[in-house]
Design a binder for this molecule. Structure first.
Ligand SMILES: Cc1cc2nc3c(=O)[nH]c(=O)nc-3n(C[C@H](O)[C@H](O)[C@H](O)COP(=O)(O)OP(=O)(O)OC[C@H]3O[C@@H](n4cnc5c(N)ncnc54)[C@H](O)[C@@H]3O)c2cc1C
Length: 300
């Protein structure tokens, strides 16, 4: 029986496990090896790691965790989670079970991209979701925002700080009067004919084709995917969820505790704000929260 099992071994999960290992807790990290930013060649804005490959950051983090004698890692997928009398049982897809007193779900989210030909093969390279992560590398180039939900206009208003911006309404997300006013102030062009195809030698982008056949030259586009928890584990355990602007996420308190006693969640799966540093910080809080819950349980 582990003191804690962390499911998901990326920014949130490894940060949580590191706190637990340093508190001399027996912690197991189960990780399927598919972090959300695996489509990008470089991660940006993460202090001390700016511009490094996501896989290299994770490799170092996992190595550092594995130096602690009470930490274990397991490459694989947790397919089922269930409460038992003194904790939780995790079933592995490969067969076998692991048991832990407490659980941290750090399983991230899955992205559902707009279904436009040529878009998915450029995801993480020239089709981007976050200007703070990848906008600087596209500075001064012609940029687009392909609207995918009501906050797309808000995203478009930010983008001119990186490059001249065209906002594509997709004939669905027409800016309101205040947004049009902000667009004018920011020099944003509005295009109301839908984008039907991305063009160029992927992952490079040369432009987009519109439904009326016109081509608009662009070097990168921003869009907002719909997101959903990448595993049903939180739902299996009965954790409450909240609705965020891009999709549902697990409801947690400031330490990452979910609505189910003994289960914490951290990182993208438990917030509407998706960023590696924030995921890591949430993991730290959850790790400390789990340790202190264990101390409380043994003293009351
Ligand atoms: C293309 C792209 C580029 C990005 N670039 C940046 C950037 O430059 N800077 C930045 O700050 N943010 C960036 N982000 C956001 C960043 O990737 C996320 O905020 C961050 O990865 C969230 O960390 P996490 O630990 O919560 O989840 P993830 O990193 O997604 O990790 C979740 C882990 O859990 C594992 N897992 C899931 N289910 C199971 C299961 N059932 N059993 C076992 N393991 C499981 C997955 O395999 C994965 O390894 C980017 C996002 C995208 C989509």
């Amino acid at each position: 029986m582990y003191d804690a099992i962390v499911i998901g071994g990326s920014f949130a999960g490894l940060s949580a496990a590191l706190q637990l290992a340093r508190a001399r807790q027996h912690v197991l990290v189960i990780d399927a090896g598919s972090p959300r930013n695996r489509f990008a060649d470089e991660a940006h804005g993460f202090l001390g790691q700016d511009g490094r490959a996501p896989a290299a950051i994770m490799r170092d983090a996992r190595c550092q965790l594995e130096r602690y004698p009470t930490a274990e890692t397991l490459s694989g997928e947790a397919s089922h989670a269930a409460a038992i009398e003194d904790g939780f049982t995790i079933t592995l897809s490969s067969g076998g079970e692991r048991r832990g007193r407490r659980l941290i779900l750090a399983t991230g989210v899955s992205d559902q991209l707009p279904a436009i030909p040529g878009l998915s093969e450029r995801w993480g390279a020239t089709v981007l979701h976050c200007p703070y992560c990848h906008g600087y590398e596209m500075r001064d180039l012609p940029l687009g925002v392909i609207a995918a939900h009501p906050l797309s206009a808000h995203q478009a208003i930010l983008i001119p700080d990186w490059g001249p911006t065209t906002y594509f309404t997709q004939a669905e997300f027409e800016p309101d009067a205040a947004e049009l006013h902000a667009f004018a102030a920011r020099g944003i062009t509005v295009e109301r004919t839908p984008v039907v195809e991305l063009l160029g030698d992927a992952p490079a982008l040369e432009g987009v084709r519109l439904a009326d056949g016109r081509i608009v030259a662009l070097s990168a586009v921003f869009t907002a995917p719909r997101t959903s928890p990448s595993t049903p584990l939180a739902a299996q355990l009965g954790c409450a969820h909240e609705d965020g602007p891009t999709g549902p996420f697990v409801k947690v308190d400031q330490w990452g505790a979910t609505s189910v006693p003994g289960v914490w969640a951290a990182g993208d799966v438990a917030t509407a704000m998706h960023n590696a540093t924030l995921a890591s910080a949430a993991g730290v809080l959850a790790g400390i929260g789990v340790h202190q819950a264990g101390v409380r349980a043994s003293t009351t």
